[in-house]
Design a protein around this ligand. Structure first.
Ligand SMILES: *Cc1c(COP(=O)(O)O)cnc(C)c1O
Ligand code: SF4
Length: 350
């Protein structure tokens, strides 16, 4: 249906591709006016037209529910603005900063936590702002790691990425350059040998963190793209967002984690969905997330266990949110749950 290899960027494209029915289109005009749309051929091919609740469609096809705003939601759900000393930098933790190089992504996720700040109409970081951001990092010797994020930093050309990576690598106190991306899934062909080379810097460690939410996203082409990074000596980690109707059942979540591990990607974070505007239809409860985590433990390899985290609104950072296995039941006794949910006693040290 989308064999022509075109990126779908608006409602006409989505209607032509058969993803939006003509009679539903009017209801989506206001969504499209507000939030960016992009679906690459690699993602479009994954969508099952016959399934009205397709988990890939739910992540990328606009939904009229995006106009329903919950009062708890915020345009800056994780408090980036509160910790931005200069444009493009978020410095919330002492030893690491985010560097937002671009506001563009290859695909736009309907649940994106930065949906109010990204997209083709967002303000981009220009050359002098980049200079100022790098000067900030240089002036702060406590910064050990720089996380390139956005947007999706890998949409930049290998030439531009290499420039940024080599400027970061020239800062002596920077040991680790970490890249947060969805590109190996969204557009695997763009993980070229030139791009992989651009990410590496002599004497510094580069890590790539892949954002994917459903096992079907790890297609053969996506796996090849990840293998290119890992074979080049770049360790990979994963991050996923827990999404209602996408990955909120044990089998889907477990198979997603297995797909990562089989690709030599260590599961890192499972994010509780942030309070981004118009995303309540995609959020689960925290209790449900904890049940899923408990179900993974013991039934799936220890390598397949991510950390379930909540980014605390207001800019207070990420905290693990369970499940909690250990409780101090009495002065002489802990109570510890096993993976089946059965409880056992454990004595504290004397
Ligand atoms: C998520 C985040 C990081 C990275 O956190 P880790 O726990 O190291 O993965 C760093 N800075 C900010 C502002 C973040 O939101
Ligand atoms: S790829 Fe990341 S930044 Fe881009 S739309 Fe998706 S969640 Fe947002």
């Amino acid at each position: 249906m989308n064999a022509n290899g075109k990126i779908l960027r608006n409602l006409s494209d989505l209607t032509d591709a058969g993803f939006v029915h003509t009679d539903k289109r009017a209801a989506l005009e206001n969504v499209a006016a507000r939030y960016a749309i992009a679906i690459t051929p690699a993602i479009a091919e994954l969508i099952d037209h016959a399934d009205p609740s397709d988990p890939i469609a739910r992540q990328f096809i606009p939904d009229p529910a995006e106009l329903e705003h919950d009062p708890a939601e915020s345009p800056d759900p994780i408090g980036d603005f509160a910790h931005s000393p200069v444009e493009g930098i978020v410095h919330r933790y002492p030893d690491r900063v985010l560097l937002k190089l671009t506001h563009l992504c290859a695909v736009y996720c309907r649940f994106c936590f930065r949906r109010e700040m990204i997209g083709p109409h967002a303000h981009a970081l220009n050359a002098s702002a980049l200079d100022a951001a790098l000067a900030y990092i240089t002036a702060h010797p406590e910064i050990w790691e720089v996380v390139l994020t956005g947007g999706d930093p890998l949409v930049l050309s290998p030439r531009r990425l290499q420039q940024v990576v080599s400027r970061l690598a020239a800062i002596s106190h920077i040991a680790v350059i970490r890249v947060h991306t969805r590109l190996p899934v969204a557009d695997p062909a763009r993980i070229t040998p030139a791009l992989v080379r651009a990410l590496k810097a002599r004497g510094k460690a580069t890590y790539v963190v892949l954002h994917a939410n459903h096992p079907r996203e790890l297609t053969p082409a996506a796996r090849t793209a990840c293998a290119r990074l890992v074979d080049a000596g770049i360790p990979m980690l994963s991050q996923s967002v827990l999404l209602r109707g996408v990955n909120d059942d044990t089998t889907t979540l477990g198979e997603l984690m297995r797909a990562f591990v089989a690709c030599r990607i260590k599961p890192y974070y499972l994010h509780h969905a942030d309070l981004a505007p118009g995303t309540s239809h995609l959020r689960t409860t925290i209790e449900h997330g904890q049940e899923l985590m408990q179900a993974l433990r013991g039934r799936y390899s220890g390598l397949c266990q991510p950390i379930y985290v909540l980014d605390i609104p207001g800019g207070h950072g990420k905290s693990p949110i369970g499940p909690n296995y250990l409780t101090a039941e009495a002065l002489d006794r802990y109570r510890i749950a096993d993976f089946n949910g059965d409880f056992h006693c454990y004595p504290p040290p004397k």
